[in-house]
Write a protein that binds this ligand. Structure first.
Ligand code: C5P
Length: 391
């Protein structure tokens, strides 16, 4: 998705400049053409040689570079760029942006740009909380500049609070989001993901092998497309994605309650969670002791969350998943009709579980639409493009 995108990465003076090195590496790995521009103070924290080695391109540190064909790097660089990202952006640099100052290459480039500008602030928490910085942030947003972060946590000065620059992988995630078409802008979407845990006693549970990767990828893709995303997650080792309201609900019953509490005003519901079909009738309060005799655990069927949402009076557009191990398309289409769904995603359970890739077929009233085997995030984007088309 990042192929053929070109980004100018501006680095200003702050200790978070070291994270810019990792960011360049991740951007280049995902296919972005990165040109690095550093302020004089940035060069006190990290060397242009490091950035040149990672980006594989010359690094610009000053206005007067005779190797640029027209001698005007501030114009030349932004002409090639799909966006400019300043990371880290110091409090001072943001103040300069607010006033449209142009006293070094990076600030001049920002002023002379004809592409979007994204800014990742990095500073001490007092500097962040200062009324002047807050006023500047509001002004930058009003000027259409996208502010990424900052993060909360430990700071280089030893204090804890807001002001840390986002981690490189979080910035990559937000840049990827920036480049996606906003096909779901203004839509509310609720997604279930992961496995459920049906407790037998305080230390044992019935569960399954779903990793949550597909559901989380759909949540990410929906966020990238501009939707308001709520993710109801069962058991999953994945970290809650940025920009998404993630609610934890581990049992099938808790997931049902959570979905029903959040379903009003949703435009789209996608049930990706591998919800247990059964749960123990009795959950023992104490650990069940081992004995020589056999043990029977009686199970009761769980509510089908997806079918219940699909049968609500003002049901959102509902999408189901069908993980099968045989007769995949036939079973999946039967499921789509039984649960009365406009769209169902059929996949081979033995291939998809826990994997970073998936190959799925979309089933709707017009028939079967196979998607190419691809990383789950790309499958998620294609699925949501199809949903946006159907809406
Ligand atoms: O009926 P089956 O479990 O095969 O259907 C799978 C689809 O139904 C998935 O989209 C899954 O998230 C959803 N489902 C559900 N609640 C259940 C069982 C399945 O939402 N109790």
């Amino acid at each position: 998705m990042q192929k053929n995108k070109s980004l100018v990465l501006g680095i200003t003076g702050g200790i978070a400049a070291y994270k810019a090195a990792e960011l360049v590496r991740l951007l280049v790995k995902s296919g972005v053409d990165v040109r690095v521009v550093m302020t004089e103070s940035a060069c006190q924290f990290i060397t242009p040689v490091t950035m040149q080695a990672l980006s594989g391109k010359p690094v610009f540190t000053g206005m007067w570079n005779s190797s640029v064909s027209n001698g005007m790097p501030h114009i030349e660089l932004s002409r090639h760029a799909d966006a400019i990202l300043v990371a880290p952006a110091s409090a001072d640099f943001m103040a300069k942006l607010v006033h449209g100052r142009a006293d070094d290459l990076l600030s001049t480039l920002c002023l002379a740009r004809d592409c979007p500008l994204l800014v990742a602030p990095a500073m001490n928490k007092q500097m962040w909380e200062n009324a002047a910085t807050q006023r500047n942030i509001k002004q930058l947003q009003a000027d259409g500049i996208e502010i990424l972060g900052p993060d909360n946590g430990e700071q280089a000065c030893g204090e804890v609070g807001l002001g840390r620059m986002l981690e490189a992988e979080d910035l990559l995630y937000l840049i990827e989001a920036h480049f996606q078409p906003k096909l779901l802008k203004g839509k509310n979407i609720l997604i279930t993901a992961g496995a459920t845990l049906e407790m037998i006693d305080p230390v044992r549970a019935i569960t399954n092998l779903s990793s949550g990767k597909m559901g989380y990828a759909i949540a990410q893709a929906a966020f990238e497309m501009g939707a308001e995303v709520t993710l109801v997650s069962g058991a999953s080792a994945l970290k809650p994605p940025l920009g998404i309201n993630t609610i934890s609900a581990t049992s099938a019953e808790a997931m049902y309650q959570s979905v029903m509490q959040n379903i009003v005003n949703q435009d789209i519901f996608i049930g990706v969670a591998a919800v247990a079909d059964y749960s123990p009738i009795i959950t023992s309060d104490q650990k069940i002791k081992k004995s020589e005799s056999s043990l029977t655990i009686e199970l009761k069927p769980n509510k089908d969350i997806l079918a219940q949402v699909a049968s609500l009076p003002n049901a959102p557009f509902c999408v189901g998943f069908a993980a099968e191990t045989e007769n995949i398309l036939e079973y999946a289409e039967q499921k789509r009709l039984r649960k009365i769904l406009p769209l169902l995603v059929a996949n081979d359970a033995s291939d998809a579980l826990g994997s970073d890739h998936n190959s799925v077929t979309l089933l709707d009233k017009n028939g079967a639409h196979p998607l190419p085997r691809a990383p789950k995030i790309e499958v998620a984007r294609l699925l949501l493009q199809h949903v946006a088309g159907m809406l």
